[in-house]
Design a protein around this ligand. Structure first.
Ligand code: AMP
Ligand code: MG
Length: 402
């Protein structure tokens, strides 16, 4: 049996490197930067005021208090967006607003709350407090310097990255292409919801479930009709899915049953094939194939096994195909509210719910066909073989939902 780490490495190795496209910033959330981007401007771009108030020379206000205020002559107003023409000399100030450039000669801003007008003396500002040099001034380049890296190749584009890119003068970004992922479900017992079921039939649920996680991974899921358990039908479905997609994900038909046709179908398509029993529960049988240089991920049919193997083995590859530097699921530390036990000899990825306080609950029935607990869960706990964790123990939860 293959270790999970080895399986992930092989899966990543099968993922082709991405093509790229340039997209407008506003639509780039969740995509991955294809290249480093440096800024050719600084942030702030010039020294500017952090407050509404008056630009002053701090030395002029030495020792100013409400009891012994200092009066300054106001030379004029600097609205945001304007470039001040005057230079402040001793005993003068200028009215200034948040974001307005600091005039020559000034080295501080006094808040308007610390100033008053002088009755009968238009153009005089009474300062009731002192200011330290550079107080209330945002200095050029203190946030980001010209030439700094603002986004690294492989980084996920977030709202913050988009803000930074726009603030440094970008309107678009080059990102990895979203891979088209064909989803093929095999099984003669499967029926498209919501049509009626005959005895022995079940609703097909893996394509919809996988489409949801493929989309969450930024892939473009494309659903194909249910494939009955026949070699010819499987070959035809895979041939079409490979022709139309960058990767294909199948579910079912990868065990050693008489009706498991995914492996022989890949052989018929002259693809290469790697069949693993990965040492994890749920989800032991897994097929990694390649047809015409495109990867095939053959997931087990049980819905929970399909989702867990997707998260552990397919998601990393789909992320790599988009140029992502990080492909691991996020971990959130928590504390167990229920005992968790693994009596088996494989790592068990237990469905859990972690709440806002960090309490981690067993999500319910843990067998691989049980969808009720999957719907409750937002994460997985990686429980080593033959292990038991007690209530109150710290755990890391691998998050797959918010
Ligand atoms: P298989 O891997 O084909 O042997 O299927 C294992 C179990 O998962 C069986 O109980 C199947 O009926 C079920 N199953 C397989 N594919 C799906 C699917 N797409 N939707 C729901 N259940 C499925
Ligand atoms: Mg089957």
């Amino acid at each position: 049996m293959l270790s999970l780490e080895e399986a992930v490495e092989r899966s990543l190795a099968a993922a082709p490197l991405p093509g790229t496209e340039t997209v407008p910033l506003a639509g780039a959330t969740g995509r991955f930067a294809a290249a480093d981007a440096n800024t050719n401007v600084s942030l702030p771009g010039f020294d500017n005021s952090a407050m509404d108030g008056y630009a002053v020379r701090s030395a002029d206000l030495n020792g100013a208090t409400p009891e012994s205020p200092v009066d300054l002559k106001c030379l004029g107003v600097i609205p945001a967006g304007a470039q001040p023409a005057d230079t402040l000399g001793e005993g003068t100030c200028m009215r200034i607003f948040t974001g307005s450039p600091i005039p020559q000669g000034a080295n501080a801003v006094i808040m308007q709350e610390d100033c008053s007008t002088v009755p009968g003396e238009d153009g005089t500002v009474r300062c009731n407090d002192s200011v330290k040099p550079w107080e209330n001034i945002r200095l050029k380049g203190e946030d980001v310097r010209e030439g700094d890296l603002v986004v690294a190749a492989g980084a996920r584009i977030t709202a913050g990255t988009i803000g930074l890119l726009a603030a440094t003068g970008h309107d678009s970004i080059e990102v990895g292409l979203r891979p088209k992922v064909g989803l093929v479900a095999t099984g003669s017992e499967l029926v498209e919801p919501p049509s009626g079921l005959k005895p022995g039939e079940i609703y097909e649920s893996n394509r919809a479930l996988l489409a949801s996680v493929v989309a969450r991974t930024n892939g473009l899921p494309i659903l194909y009709p249910i494939v009955p358990d026949s070699l010819d039908a499987t070959v035809a479905a895979l041939e079409r899915a490979f022709a139309e997609n960058d990767a294909v994900v199948t579910s079912g038909g990868v065990s050693v049953g008489d009706h498991d046709h995914v492996k022989p179908a890949i052989e018929r398509l002259r693809g290469s094939l790697d069949f693993w029993k990965v040492a994890v529960k749920p989800g032991k049988p897994f097929v990694l194939g390649q047809v015409g240089g495109k990867p095939l991920f053959g997931l087990p049919g049980n819905p929970v096994s399909a989702l867990v193997t997707f998260l552990l083995l397919v998601r990393p590859a789909l992320l790599k195909m988009q140029g992502a530097a990080e492909w691991r699921l996020a971990k959130r530390p928590g504390r167990l509210a229920d005992e968790l036990a693994n009596r088996g000899d494989r790592r068990h990825f237990v469905r859990v719910t972690i709440d806002a306080k960090g309490l981690v609950w067993n999500a319910g029935g843990q067998r691989s066909h049980m969808l009720g607990s999957l719907a409750e869960a937002n994460g997985l706990v990686d429980l080593p073989p033959e292990s038991r964790l007690a209530k109150g123990d710290p755990v890391d939860v691998l998050l797959f939902e918010e």
